[in-house]
Design a binder for this molecule. Sequence first.
Ligand SMILES: [Ca+2]
Length: 416
Amino acid sequence: MKNYLVILSTGLLLMIGSCKKKGNSVETPDPPTTIPPTTTPTTTPVETNPPNSRYSAAFTGQTRISAVKTTTSFTAQVLTSSLTAPWGIASLPDGRFLVTEKGGNMRIVTASGQVSAPLSGVPAVNGGGQGGLLGLCLDPAFASNRMVYWSFSERLSDGNVTAIAKGRLSSAGTAMENVTVIYRATPAYNGVNHYGGRVTFDRDGNLLASIGERADNATRQMAQYFTATLGKVIRINTNGQSAAGNPFLQTGPRTEIYTIGHRNPQGLAVHPVTGDIWQSEHGPRGGDEINHLKAGGNYGWPIITYGLEYSGQPVGEAQQQREGMEQPVYYWDPVVSPSGMTFYKGNRIPEWENNLFIGALSGQHIVRLVISDDRVTGEERLLSSEGQRFRDITQGTDNALYVITDGGRLYRIDRN
Ligand SMILES: [Ca+2]
């Protein structure tokens, strides 16, 4: 334990420096043009239910921001309902989609909603609890190398881990070839919840993966340990080694760590303008978060949180802010259960440009957040009447949004 504390305090000192820099940049007032004129702002938040906690936000607009409403007429079309608990979706260059299903299958779905047979060559997953075949992403050079990367829960002799594998999509699109497991989170644990499970490439060509803290009291504190990669976002190269430029390359011991202090992070997205990494994270009872990740940042769990234990008791010492720990850009109480997310960078609905779209599970809607200078300036809930748990969302080559749900649906969302 002593070693953990020494390493932790080193990390805290590093963070204090970067916090000061962030403090300056957020003083800049939002330019008046951040909400496109075609989007109608209101003064009422979309959330009308009372919060679980009586905690105060760290800054105005960190939660329950004013609602916005899309004025462009758009349609959500169900392309198929025959997927089985899809978890991740990636847009292929030919206009089709590669989809993971929690139970362990990977399939290709055409733009018209035809679902392929399972691809062969995908290794078995441990599908118990929240585990299974999880998020996926394509290599930035997929068009030439056909490489795919995915996260899954793997059963080892000493417990389950969040693992990352890579493989080549066969020329016929029917198999994953030369599959290799390139990374396993540590330590293994005999639980079946909070695997995290999203993967994405950053602009440097390195792979970011979100890893949960495995839910139980036995592992929760490891989100703050530099010796464990539970409760972390890691950054690795395509061979699974710690990426060049990582924040703890010199200090270790786990040099793949990019950020610490996460609970169950199920969403990662690269900002289309800045290239920065944004993340979504499930809180407990309240305290779902959207974070703007900074290399080496400590995002606080389980020391600071806007949520309560499921029992209604405070988490830890009931703290929401602490020096050296990053605040979420936005949080929800009550929870919406944010999962996969993407920034919209299409031209089909101009008022959505650079907005963040997040699948909400328990919330049963798609969150749209308007963001300016690390502040959320508007929130909208889309497709609330569908009664679906939205799991992941991506943008197609046609600039429409494609969304999968736990109930097996694939939606296409586009302007009329
Ligand atoms: Ca946090």
